[in-house]
Design a protein around this ligand. Structure first.
Ligand SMILES: Cc1cc2nc3c(=O)[nH]c(=O)nc-3n(C[C@H](O)[C@H](O)[C@H](O)COP(=O)(O)OP(=O)(O)OC[C@H]3O[C@@H](n4cnc5c(N)ncnc54)[C@H](O)[C@@H]3O)c2cc1C
Length: 306
């Protein structure tokens, strides 16, 4: 960016722009080189003009959530990283028919926080999300889920913002598969998930909270927590578990540089300290090759690459 572009960028948002900011600060892996700029967008009215400026000036940009499913290259990103905060974390409720409630939440809101808040107010449908880190925007892109449920199952609509317009997609226009929103490919690089509408139901608050507590305990008991990570690294193949296959191939504890296959959970690649993205990619390849040669299964990464 030239000086004029830098000045304009700082004028377009209310939050201070971070220049040459290491993205390791913004990923749960604690890995990633610098972005030219990191911008937190707090106000709805800032987003569209900002996207218009970036498009008009042909400045590369990416949106990230909490970076909990992201591997950022060691060389960083030569452009602007957007994050959503402020108004994009707001939650509101509207009565629907019978016992259902439409919950509208901004794309920058915490997914686990939303689950907790809904559970505390006696709304059922998001118990599966307790303990899933990241934002609601990230959860929609990933079709985040657990325990046999996912965000797609409670989604009523998604609001996208592009440089030109706001696009409201209803559930009939949305197509989700396991840990993926394939339809977003049509908007990739142009749109931000600004808000989502979820349909939840009134239920028994005590039963909902008990379910959340039990799911959180199961999560704590099974997931690797000793080192920085990005959750499950690979998607589960149909009718099997990536963690089981990796463990069966004897790969738990395998290290490349600072990256390691977790000793606790085979599908967690962890940063034991000082791991680079290159370490993680080399380890990923070794795991994929070994599992493929042992049982013929190609493990597909769930983690996104910036
Ligand atoms: C300890 C741990 C446990 C986890 N457990 C689970 C689990 O049980 N189930 C599960 O599904 N996942 C799990 N994850 C993975 C991760 O938390 C989810 O995928 C989460 O939904 C990612 O959200 P995020 O905001 O961090 O997205 P990021 O990692 O920041 O981004 C993911 C993708 O979404 C895009 N994106 C993010 N926000 C937006 C937006 N507003 N608009 C457009 N695109 C956007 C990014 O560009 C990127 O392509 C876990 C991760 C960790 C670290």
């Amino acid at each position: 960016m030239n000086q004029g572009q830098q000045k304009r960028l700082t004028e377009l948002v209310s939050q201070p722009v971070e220049w040459q900011c290491k993205l390791s600060r913004y990923t749960s892996f604690a890995i990633g080189g610098p972005a030219e700029a990191v911008v937190q967008v707090d106000l709805f009215r800032e987003l569209q003009p900002l996207l218009g400026f970036l498009a008009g000036e042909k400045i590369p940009w990416r949106i990230i959530g909490r970076g909990t499913n992201l591997l950022v290259p060691d060389e960083g990103f030569p452009g602007v990283i957007l994050r959503l905060g402020g108004e994009f974390a707001a939650i509101s409720e509207k009565e629907d028919d019978n016992d259902s409630v439409i919950v509208r939440v901004g794309g920058g809101g915490s997914f686990a926080g939303l689950s907790r808040r809904c559970s505390e107010s006696g709304l059922t449908g998001l118990e599966f999300a307790c303990g899933i880190p990241g934002t609601v925007g990230g959860a929609v892109i990933m079709n985040a889920g657990a325990w046999g449920s996912d965000i797609a199952s409670v989604l009523r609509g998604v609001t996208l913002v592009t440089a030109e317009k706001e696009i409201n997609l209803s559930s009939e226009q949305l197509d989700f598969t396991y840990r993926c929103w394939p339809g977003f490919a049509a908007y990739q690089g142009r749109a931000v998930v600004a808000a989502v509408d979820l349909v939840l139901h009134r239920g028994d608050p005590a039963a909902i909270l008990a379910q959340c507590k039990s799911l959180l305990e199961r999560r704590k008991a099974t997931q690797a927590r000793e080192h920085a990570n990005a959750g499950s690294f690979f998607k589960n193949p149909p009718d099997d578990s990536a963690g089981r296959l990796i463990e069966a191939s004897g790969l738990k504890g395998l290290r490349v540089g600072g990256a390691m296959v977790s000793e606790q959970h085979g599908n967690f690649l962890v940063n034991t300290g000082g791991a680079t993205a290159a370490d993680v990619l080399r380890l990923m390849k070794i795991v994929q090759d070994k599992v493929k040669s042992d049982c013929g299964v190609c493990l597909e990464p769930e983690v996104h690459f910036l």
